[in-house]
Design a protein around this ligand. Structure first.
Ligand code: SF4
Length: 96
């Protein structure tokens, strides 16, 4: 291997090490600042979401539901993606 190639290889290794150290540093800083890890929500189809109640169970009575601006407006869910009707339901229903 030529000296120039060895120099480039060493530079790549140095860059890789610095990148890895920076990534660990950012992760530690995120944990220290209380940042929540990004967690993907389930799809509505995956959670078998439906826009209507399931018997007496509905999203407005679920602990995972965050209401919209009005009681009848769509809100959001901690575990299911997309707009969630207060009258909806899914298999992840958790009573308040
Ligand atoms: S977990 Fe299911 S039932 Fe509960 S708020 Fe989310 S979508 Fe509605």
């Amino acid at each position: 291997m030529k000296k120039a190639d060895e120099k480039i290889d060493q530079s790549r290794r140095d860059l890789f090490k610095k990148s890895a150290i920076a990534a660990v540093g950012l992760a530690v800083a995120g944990v220290a600042l209380g940042a929540k890890p990004a967690v993907a929500k389930m799809t509505q189809a995956g959670a078998m979401y439906q826009p209507k109640p399931h018997g007496s169970q509905k999203c407005s009575a679920c602990a995972r539901f965050t209401p919209g601006p009005k009681p009848t407006a769509d809100g959001s869910c901690a575990v299911v993606a997309g707009q969630i009707s207060p009258d909806g339901w899914c298999v992840m229903f958790t009573p308040k």
